[in-house]
Design a protein around this ligand. Structure first.
Ligand code: TYD
Ligand code: MG
Length: 451
């Protein structure tokens, strides 16, 4: 069959494809994002080596599980995010802004693994000198690490098939290109096809594969989210590159809990894991200021103490401002309405600014109650007790709803020396917890009248 070349237009943001060029992508509404790409098509797809035999059937109970043992990476916070270590044959996408520390983390992890596993580090972004300089900074320059400076997937795989590594790092997936696609390196179809080939290699050879990927300004990897469904786990770096702390969050994980986080500090010798993350998200001086409330959030499978701050100030604009950092803005608007209707605290003539200390993002509903307590505290200029924590979801009818991990949250607060807790009635512990007095409340109005 003759190979015919077909021109298609692919949106560089969402990967939608069109037969003709147009100014706006109909799928993501982005302007000027279509790019011409040449697709080699050779008629119907044929599987290699398929000679008409019947596909092989397996019994679920007979599937061999010994192949899926976990390889600890030696960086325990990172293992925690992965759900207990690397699984052979799994593909992990590590996303984040440029300069946030993806290459640093991967070099540290692969250097730690190199002692026990056969590994391969592929860099398509930096020269071998640059990698060596970073390794020197990290104090791992003497590690025997096979390094490949290459961007062509076919060349990488031919080397990998010879070297037979158990763990491979590709830094970054956006620099990869494959001969089978004619479009320019960096385009969506190149990135997607290159990733597909690398994933297929990892699956068939049982290799654990890390793909580093830059996040574009829209917050998706490789322009679109095209890679997320191809991989087993997606880990994102949170926080800004100018902050000291870096949070790595699992937004997808086929082998562990989603939303699990690992906390690291960027030092002059690379990323250092933070063993007691609760301590860093509390601001140093919590000697009670108005507008500040400590809450316990639930991240993946563990509780974390964070401080929520609010500033409420008379608004001089027609539309009062609602600004959130680390929390959801629409939820704040909704909660302020509940605060008015069911708590009797109006804020319609006030600007409201809320912030989670330390650059963490809190996306769970347990932040509702502490947020409203912080808003009220700032509005009335009355201090919320420094030895008290709160958490709980607030419903539209002004009721307090239980949240997951209630008991663990209260215990975490007690461990850090808090003496009182305000929690939803549904989270009331059955037995008293030593060191902490728990007040379980059913309605927002009750919680407001407590303090
Ligand atoms: P890098 O891993 O290159 O980011 P990415 O691969 O995500 O683009 O991180 C680089 C940043 O980290 C850079 O701003 C310098 C800083 N850094 C340190 O502060 N200490 C270190 O030991 C290293 C290696 C980097
Ligand atoms: Mg990098």
């Amino acid at each position: 069959m003759t190979v015919k070349e077909k021109t298609i237009y692919t949106c560089q943001d969402c990967a939608a494809q069109y037969p003709q060029w147009q100014g706006q992508c109909r799928q993501c509404q982005g302007w000027n994002s279509l790019q011409e790409e040449v697709k080699a098509s050779s008629g119907p797809v044929k599987r290699q080596g398929y000679a008409g035999e019947i596909a092989k059937l397996q019994r679920l109970s007979e599937v061999n599980l010994s192949l899926t043992h976990r390889i600890p990476t030696g960086v325990s916070e990172f293992d925690h995010v992965l759900g207990g270590g690397l699984v052979a044959g799994s593909v992990i996408l590590i996303g984040g802004d440029p300069g946030i520390g993806k290459s640093t983390l991967l070099l540290q992890v692969i250097a730690a693994l190199a002692a026990k596993q056969s590994v391969l580090y592929v860099t398509g972004e930096e020269s071998s000198q640059q990698v060596a300089m970073r390794a020197k900074r990290l104090g791992v320059e003497s590690v025997d690490l096979p390094l490949l400076t290459e961007t062509c997937v076919e060349a990488i795989l031919s080397q990998a098939n010879k070297l037979k590594p158990q763990v491979v790092v590709i830094d970054s997936v956006q620099t990869m290109w494959t001969e089978s696609v004619a479009s320019a390196p960096g385009s969506v179809s190149q990135v997607r096809e290159s990733a597909a080939r690398l994933v297929a290699y990892a699956k068939t050879k049982g290799v654990a594969l890390f793909l580093a990927g830059h996040v574009t300004k829209e917050g998706a990897i490789a322009g679109p989210r095209v890679l997320e469904h191809m991989v087993d786990a997606v880990l994102y770096f949170e926080g800004q590159s100018d902050q000291r702390y870096r949070v790595i969050r699992a937004v997808k994980n086929r082998f562990g809990a989603v939303n699990e986080i690992g906390v690291f500090a960027m030092t002059d010798k690379g990323l250092k894991q933070v063993s007691n993350p609760s301590a860093i998200f509390l601001s140093k001086d919590i000697s009670a200021m108005p507008g500040s409330v400590v809450m316990v959030t639930w991240e993946g499978s563990r509780p974390l103490l964070v401080e929520v701050q609010a500033l409420v100030d008379t608004s001089h604009a027609g539309n009062p401002r609602r600004v959130t950092v680390g929390l959801e803005q629409n939820r704040l608007a909704m909660l302020l309405a509940i605060l008015h209707r069911h708590g009797g605290v109006p804020t319609y003539d006030q600007d409201v600014f809320v912030n989670v200390v330390g650059g963490l993002r809190v996306l769970e509903t347990g932040a509702d109650l502490p947020l409203l307590l912080a808003v009220r505290s700032s509005l009335t200029n009355q201090v919320f007790p420094a030895d008290c924590i709160a958490f709980g979801e607030v419903g539209l009818a002004g009721e307090l709803r239980p949240v997951p991990g209630g008991l663990e949250r209260i215990k975490e607060a007690a461990k850090h020396g808090f003496k009182r807790a305000i929690v939803p009635a549904g989270n009331a512990p059955k037995k008293p917890i030593p060191g902490i007095t728990v007040t379980a409340v059913g309605r927002l109005s009750e919680a407001l009248s407590l303090v």
